[in-house]
Write a protein that binds this ligand. Structure first.
Ligand SMILES: NC(=O)c1ccc[n+]([C@@H]2O[C@H](COP(=O)([O-])OP(=O)(O)OC[C@H]3O[C@@H](n4cnc5c(N)ncnc54)[C@H](OP(=O)(O)O)[C@@H]3O)[C@@H](O)[C@H]2O)c1
Length: 177
């Protein structure tokens, strides 16, 4: 199963604007790109905090075409939100989660953040590619793309403006040591 990290960030590397939770800073071009990019994946993984921030948006768009998994240390807190095969909450170690999704037949998984979850997967060498939207914004402060240590080397696959705007889409493959 291929895992692709999909995120939108400022040019100085932040996935939130200052301490403001969520992705209200992203352009309409990115929002259209993100919706289309998700269609290419049959599973997605995100962290508990990203889920809490975008809960209503996520629950409005649930589809059996894509399993959504939320990593949380307290899955029981979300029991009322779970929808079998569609929206699940787990405290599994990430390697076990990836192996389980693979055994269920999933072929392509979108890693949807946030920064803690990016680090968990990058540090274990579990990310195959990155699809980054680079918004023409500078924030100085915010949540970084990766929270914690990582040391990934990337090869650029594609870089182009989204819909002829000043927003760039940059796609990378993660190089293995
Ligand atoms: N611009 C973008 O593309 C983008 C993308 C995604 C998110 N964001 C933003 O980024 C912010 C969230 O990022 P974040 O780094 O603070 O949080 P996060 O990575 O979304 O979630 C962190 C949470 O994940 C769970 N978690 C972490 N490590 C775990 C482990 N080993 N096992 C099980 N669960 C684990 C915990 O959930 P519990 O607390 O439930 O235990 C933890 O609080 C939000 O503001 C969101 O809107 C932006």
């Amino acid at each position: 199963m291929e895992i692709t990290l999909i995120a939108a960030q400022s040019l100085d590397g932040f996935i939130t604007r200052h301490a403001e939770p969520g992705t209200a800073f992203t352009s309409s071009e990115d929002q259209r790109h993100f919706a289309a990019a998700l269609q290419r994946h049959d599973a997605s993984i995100m962290g508990g905090e990203t889920y809490r921030v975008s809960r209503a948006f996520i629950r409005d768009r649930l589809t059996l075409a894509r399993r959504r998994v939320v990593l949380t240390r307290a899955p029981e807190r979300f029991a009322g939100d779970a929808v079998p095969g569609c929206l699940e909450f787990t405290a599994e170690p990430v390697e076990a989660l990836v192996a389980r999704l693979r055994s269920l037949g999933h072929r392509s998984c979108a890693l949807l953040g946030g920064a803690q979850i990016h680090q968990l997967f990058l540090a274990r060498g579990l990310v195959d590619g990155l699809e980054l939207t680079l918004e023409p914004r500078l924030f100085g402060r915010g949540t970084p793309l990766v929270d914690g240590l990582a040391d990934a080397r990337l090869q650029l696959i594609e870089c182009r403006p989204l819909e002829a705007s000043s927003t760039l889409l940059a796609r990378y493959r993660v190089l293995r040591a």
